[in-house]
Design a protein around this ligand. Structure first.
Ligand code: FMN
Length: 617
């Protein structure tokens, strides 16, 4: 890789690269995203390498490990280009057959393809409903490139935005474009990105900083991780543009230490960019100096909050502080600092490439562009999706998500991470954007979307999120520290059947105080899971408190297990599993469950193959 000293050297290199590459050459892209990696994608890639070598095809077939290809529940996925055949649940044992049948003979292996409800086989990515409603912009290069290859990024049009700006656009003009695009921060707050940049540019000072917030502490969220691991140069390219716009020469990427692969890929991308003159002094002869360093976080959720993040980077305790002053005015080491989310940065290059009008035409009136969500829970198709803002919840659940798993009933969707809200069925046609979600008591957050069916207890869901928030509250301010603790105590009591009628009003009062008086967004939004479930699922709270029943059959202390003598075969599977020796009886005879000894662990119910263990509340 040469060191580019001018824009024309970069463009000449790209031209040569594209001329050398045959777009019709067979390519195997094994998904190395967060869903596929733990399911054995490296073993699948190794099997391809070996098989291609053995058959003398290694020089003819390009093998790559790509970023996240979506549809994460069907790991390991393999994309075969140029036909865009998408195979799922591929194991190393499938590889010889794929090579022989598909790569050599051109036949499609139906057993590895997506099957629709009516049994129709969907071999191509464009035919699979999960991908059809998507608009991949940030995730657009994920199944095209090897994230460790700068050449791949360049060949896919990467670092095209830099020549657009150097020598052609003033920093103010760049800010103007970002402002006109309508991009709002993808880290949760939805603050207009261009406005933040302008504010920082206008603050006097020679030294300014940029930060990419890759903390991503929401349980179940892996959007930012997928981008950092799967397309790290896109983040760097966005940051170079941001640095030029605000007048910063140093950027930092804050990544939690639980994301070692993201750190590795970003570090490699930084090294590659430095070696090729895309980072460092006098970028492409523009006179602009810019470099990026990685700063590792220890994994506290609150350190995703911008002022706590800055404190943690400065070596102080990761606790938030009052704003104003905002980081754009007084940030890292007291200098004006722009902090944006990973996805926000990754949006910037395409905004410059395609123009603000193009970007603003995607999405809704006040929420422009696309958003990446981690669609998980009780849907058939789970994984990372990127949709235009304004896509309805119904489309997310029933089209992309393929409906409720097992044909069950939709109950709610929880958006926005731990401090988001639970949205009930009546809002299935709600467009997903910043303002609509807020209007029903939830938030966009960073893009968590958990779909729940009738097997979810909404009181237990609220208790789960409150337990997370209570653990993660930094304790600096009293409303959050004490509020999350008391809410958790009350919710736990209710799920144990120890709730009292006055608890509901008490929780509402606590929630209002926390919203009004907490220091940062953690405490201010911690009430959302409680308030939204109280608003839309109050009857479930009442059932727990007044009748001591859990209608969803989730809260174990409120359940009663019995053995139906008519269906019990006396196979003793439940007896062997029962940790409390609560089940007695002869082999081959119906068993009896002693209620006084039962610890309600549910193991007997889970083990019984004959549906003889009944559960009621
Ligand atoms: C408790 C808490 C955790 C947060 N975690 C993150 C995070 O992991 N990533 C992120 O980008 N923003 C997070 N934020 C939002 C940041 O404070 C900040 O608004 C964001 O990084 C700004 O970037 P954006 O404008 O591009 O969204 C968090 C906020 C709070 C209150």
């Amino acid at each position: 890789m040469p060191k580019f000293e001018t824009i024309s050297q970069l463009e000449e290199y790209r031209r040569r690269l594209l001329a050398q590459r045959d777009a019709q050459a067979p390519q195997v892209l094994v998904c190395g995203g967060p869903g596929c990696l733990p399911m054995g994608s490296e073993e699948v890639a190794a099997a391809f390498q070996q098989e291609l070598k053995q058959r003398g095809l290694a020089a003819k077939v390009i093998l790559k490990e790509s970023g996240c290809q979506g549809l994460c529940a069907r790991a390991v996925k393999v994309m075969l280009r140029p036909r865009e055949i998408t195979y799922q649940q591929v194991t190393p044992e499938d590889v010889p057959e794929i090579v022989e049948e598909t790569l050599v003979k051109g036949k499609i292996l139906e057993r590895l393809c997506y099957q629709a409800d009516d049994g129709a086989v969907k071999a191509k990515k464009s035919e699979i409903p999960f991908y059809q409603g998507q608009h991949p912009l940030v995730l657009g290069k994920m199944d095209l490139i090897d994230p460790t290859s700068l050449d791949d990024y360049l060949a896919a049009g990467g670092y095209r935005a830099i020549p657009h700006i150097f020598g052609k656009m003033s920093p103010e003009a760049v800010i103007d474009v970002v402002e006109r695009s309508g991009l709002r921060g993808r880290g949760g707050g939805g603050f207009p990105t261009g406005r933040k940049w302008r504010l920082c540019r206008q603050v006097p000072g020679d030294v300014k900083y940029l930060i990419c917030n890759g903390d991503e502490g929401d349980p179940g969220a892996f959007m930012d991780r997928a981008v950092m691991e799967g397309d790290p140069h896109a983040v760097l390219e966005g940051m170079i543009i941001g640095g030029y716009a605000i007048g910063a020469n140093q950027g930092f990427i804050y990544v939690r230490h639980e994301y070692p692969l993201a750190v590795k890929r970003l570090s490699l991308a930084i090294d590659q960019a430095r070696a090729s003159g895309l980072l460092g002094a006098d970028l492409l002869g523009s006179g602009f100096n810019f470099d990026v360093k990685i700063s590792k976080g220890a994994g506290a959720f609150v350190c995703g909050e911008e002022t706590a993040l800055i404190a943690s980077m400065e070596g102080n305790i990761g606790e938030p502080r009052n704003r104003p002053p905002f980081p754009a005015q007084h940030g890292l080491w007291g200098k004006p600092t722009v902090i944006n989310n990973v996805e926000s940065w990754a949006n910037v290059p395409e905004i410059i490439n395609q123009g603000p009008e193009w970007y603003a035409a995607i999405g809704t009136d006040k929420s422009k562009g696309t958003k990446v969500f981690s669609l998980v829970g009780a849907v058939n198709n789970t994984g990372l999706v990127e949709v235009p803002m304004g896509t309805t919840l119904r489309q997310m659940v029933y089209e992309l998500g393929g409906g409720i798993r097992g044909g069950g009933d939709f109950k709610a969707v929880q958006t926005g991470g731990p401090s988001g809200g639970c949205i009930p069925k009546q809002y299935l046609d709600l467009p997903v954007d910043y303002d609509s979600l807020q209007s029903v008591g939830s938030i966009m957050g960073s893009g968590g979307m958990i779909v729940m069916d009738e097997h979810s207890c909404m009181v237990d869901v609220a208790r789960y999120f409150m337990s997370f928030l209570n653990d993660e509250s930094c304790g600096k301010c009293t409303p959050c520290r004490e509020g999350t603790k008391h809410l958790l105590e009350i919710l736990t009591a209710i799920t144990k059947g120890e709730g009292q009628e006055e608890h509901l009003a008490l929780m509402e009062e606590l929630c209002v105080t926390m919203k009004d008086a907490s220091l940062c967004g953690l405490g201010q939004s911690a009430a959302n899971p409680v308030l939204s479930t109280l608003k839309y699922f109050r009857e479930e709270y009442e059932a727990h408190i007044l009748q001591k029943k859990c209608p969803a059959l989730v809260c174990r202390p409120l359940l009663k297990y019995t053995i139906d003598p008519e269906t019990c075969t006396g196979c003793l599977a439940c007896v062997r599993e029962c940790p409390a020796d609560a089940i007695r009886g002869e082999a081959g005879e119906p068993q009896e469950l002693d209620q006084a000894l039962c610890v309600k662990c549910g193991m007997c119910h889970a083990m019984c193959k004959f549906d003889a263990v009944k559960v009621e509340s």
